[in-house]
Design a protein around this ligand. Structure first.
Ligand code: URP
Ligand code: ZN
Ligand code: ZN
Length: 467
């Protein structure tokens, strides 16, 4: 019997701290040895010329989430995790949305049922708290955190989701008592409502005005307020999907003052601008997401936030709708106002190639930072043990990358359920060429070879600080 099941030979391994030539040996789904000239294995995978990286962990994805009457998300768990695997990911953290009045365990039962037997990569859930009632805060949430649902998202905007400051403080207090980590969507709901009403009265209803309805001040103010509320409770938070300098500077200032504020940014804020929402007819709807893409200077600020470590997380905020579909971006109501265009864009498959090509390839970040932003920090921040690095004893969740492979992003080459990509035509150098989940290939030579249902639900521990 061979000593190992598989050995990945002659590749260049990168972790969040080091880059080195080594063979990686796998036994029973885990990394069992890292060394030189390991040959005693049932299968030898030649990784000459390839990078051996931890599989991507995308801690911000929306899958099969109810999105309003008549609107259907473009991905279920099967298609989203298939796309994730093709994009070099081995773990996703989708949201479990609590409907108002719904017990949290009932919501979780629904999402688990959707995910079970459907996934190609591993997953766990963040809870979305839409209704922080006394029983949710007093009993349900503490019990779920103890059961490993140790992170949640709350919103400062969106009808039916926006919490008052009083409610936010209540959630943060429970997070402090239980050790849960709270993600905050920081945009000022009343300001957006006011600006939206004013734009509509002026006949400014095209998708482009989505951006005008939520300018930077809306995000900056809410970011400042979220940080202040977290400071009052003395609890860490994550400000998700940061789009611009002013919000980034709020986070930096708080970090400089010693507050534990994690920052996340996303591909749309690095490579899209509000001009993309300018498309003819309804084409601009393809880019409608919140916060909206800004301008070139904001892109530069988001890069600065990554380069200088203000942001520790780079996620996709994959929230896919079809474009040419009345249940998607072309919902009939969307033609009457941008207000009704479903918010969100697909991106789980393109997150890693965009950051690799634009970041590592163009010398803005190191390969080790890339690994940290896309895998290691997600595992550490959200309490995911034994994943997110190439280390002995860790799950053999591995992406093999060809750093020189060049191709344009194109809808025809993607595997998600959406009928478009907002990143169409972007030239990428550096693509994942194989993805391995717990030692077994999910994607190899451009083919899906993993079994549907091989992705497992993983219970998380208490969120920890990014080292
Ligand atoms: O537009 C977006 N980002 N949709 C997804 C929901 C959210 O706020 O993350
Ligand atoms: Zn959000
Ligand atoms: Zn989101």
């Amino acid at each position: 019997m061979a000593a190992f099941d598989t050995v990945i030979r002659n590749g260049t391994v990168a972790t969040a701290s080091d880059t080195f030539k080594a063979d990686v040996a796998i036994r029973q789904g885990r990394i069992a040895a890292i060394g030189e000239a390991i040959t005693d294995a049932d299968e030898i995978v030649d990784a000459s010329g390839l990078l051996v990286l931890p599989g991507g962990i995308d801690s911000h994805v929306h899958i099969s989430q109810p999105s309003g009457p008549g609107i259907v998300m473009a991905d279920d768990f099967e298609s989203a995790t298939r796309a994730a695997a093709f994009g070099g990911n081995t773990f996703v953290m989708p949201y479990c949305l609590q409907e108002k009045g719904q017990p949290l365990r009932a919501a979780l039962k629904d999402y688990h049922a959707l995910a079970e037997q459907a996934c190609y990569v591993d997953h766990s859930f963040h809870l979305i708290i839409a209704d922080p009632s006394d029983s949710v805060l007093g009993q349900e949430l503490p019990a779920l955190v103890a059961d490993g649902y140790s992170s949640l998202k709350i919103f400062m905007t969106y009808q039916d989701l926006a919490l008052s400051d009083y409610e936010i403080l209540g959630v943060l207090q429970v997070a402090r008592e239980t050790g849960a980590l709270v993600q905050i969507h920081a945009e000022n709901y009343d300001a957006i409502r006011f600006l939206t009403d004013r734009l509509e009265r002026a006949g400014k209803i095209a998708p482009y005005y989505h951006g005008k309805s939520r300018p930077i001040a809306v995000e900056r103010e809410a970011t400042h307020r979220a940080i202040s509320l977290a400071e009052l409770i003395d609890v860490p938070i994550v400000i998700v999907h940061v789009s611009n300098r002013e919000a980034m500077e709020e986070i930096r200032r708080a970090q400089t003052r010693g507050l534990k504020i994690h920052g996340e940014t996303c591909p749309q804020y690095l490579v899209l601008t509000e001009e993309d929402m300018q498309g003819l007819n309804m084409e601009g709807a393809k880019y409608v997401c919140s916060p909206p893409p800004r301008d070139k200077a904001s892109q530069g600020a988001c890069w600065e936030g990554l380069e200088q470590g203000v942001f520790s997380l780079f996620s996709s905020d994959h929230c896919p709708f079809r474009y040419d579909d009345e249940a998607g971006k072309l919902t009939p109501k969307g033609r009457t106002s941008f207000r009704w265009v479903p918010n969100g864009i697909p991106g789980v498959e393109t997150r890693l190639p965009i950051l690799f090509s634009e970041g590592v390839g163009k010398g803005r970040i190191s390969l080790n930072q890339f690994v940290a932003f896309t895998a290691t920090n997600h595992a550490k921040t959200y309490g995911l043990k034994g994943k997110g690095s190439i280390a002995i004893g860790y799950d053999a969740d591995i992406a093999l990358w060809d750093p020189n492979k060049t191709a344009k992003i194109s809808q025809s080459g993607l595997h998600h359920g959406s009928d478009y990509t907002p990143y169409e035509g972007i030239e990428i150098t550096g693509w994942p060429v194989a993805t391995m989940l717990r030692g077994k290939f999910v994607v190899r030579d451009g083919q899906l070879v993993g079994a549907k249902g091989s992705g497992r639900y993983v219970t998380r521990g208490k969120p920890g600080a990014v080292a």
